[in-house]
Design a protein around this ligand. Sequence first.
Ligand code: ADP
Length: 360
Amino acid sequence: MASITIDDVTKRFGDSGNSVVAVDDISLEIKDGEFVVFVGPSGSGKSTLMRTVAGLETQSEGDIYIGDALVNQFGPRARDIAMVFQNYALYPNMTVQENMSFGLKMSTDLSKEEIEEQVTSAAEMMGIGNLLDNKPGELSGGQQQRVALGRAIVRDPNVFLMDEPLSNLDAKLRTTMRTEINRLQNDLDVTTLYVTHDQTEAMTMGDRLVVLNYGELQQVGTPLECFYRPANQFVAGFIGSPSMNFFEGHLEGGTLQADGFDFDLTGQMQSSVENQNEIVLGIRPEDITLHERANVNYEFEAVVDVVEPMGSISYVYLRPRTQESDKTFVVEADGKQPITEGEHINVKIPKEDVHLFDAI
Ligand code: ADP
């Protein structure tokens, strides 16, 4: 087990005239035993950052430490990490038993019996003890991913690195495996870096999220910190589903005129905003109500555009009731509340749930 230190790491691809900055001057401390999720849209640098920790890429600048050891010059094998990938990366001609024991045979001097014992124990842990004689081609995607995880466990590494390990599984299996990985990480207490583009996966896994965009660090925090106290408009829009609604406008005399609505911001904390004139106001769909609620500060009239019933809730897409605005925003409503498209409806926004940002 080990901590990981990423110190001012930058990774550029290509020559100087035509280079892409995949990772832009990132520093991070990951504690021993911590489960950290790198999350961001496709191309935000998550995999590249993880691959530099693995030693599969060499950073252009900066240092990487595993525990106290500076590992810049170490190849992947010397870093004592185990990796799990989206495509499982199993050897097709080997049985599950052989796949799981291969790494141990190569890197330790354990006896055949000791290796067998460890493989059996890891296979039991992953619920694949009955599949040890099968080849990967005979297994479902979920079973193959269990083998890949079992193979990582059996190595007993300092660090687990997982790059989108659940992307190839169907939605139901993804949820099951998500829980299993959480349980496994809890039981084994091994420092784990996990890459995903899926904000739901990120919210439900991991002690801390590292939110990336265009290779730049946007926020590091617990899932709830990123949700309730997003550092900027990007994080606010990325974490949470459906996305936070944004109203962008001009602040004058304490009133924000944004997309057909007037928000009185007098007395509102504006410390998160640098430009005091051009402001984005954010409100989550679940914080807006369409029926009575006490202590509501903003109340507007809007027109129902589309209703998406989801069962116990529905997503109601609305437009401000002004001629000039074509803005739409979404509200999470009680699924039982009868709402019809074209209806005029009162929208209620509590001031305390509003977030303020600089425009991106
Ligand atoms: P993510 O994992 O968030 O999808 P990546 O780390 O794969 O993002 O990619 C970050 C950026 O670096 C992207 O612009 C991508 O095109 C670029 N990139 C990644 N790997 C290479 C490579 N081997 N050669 C050139 N550009 C690369």
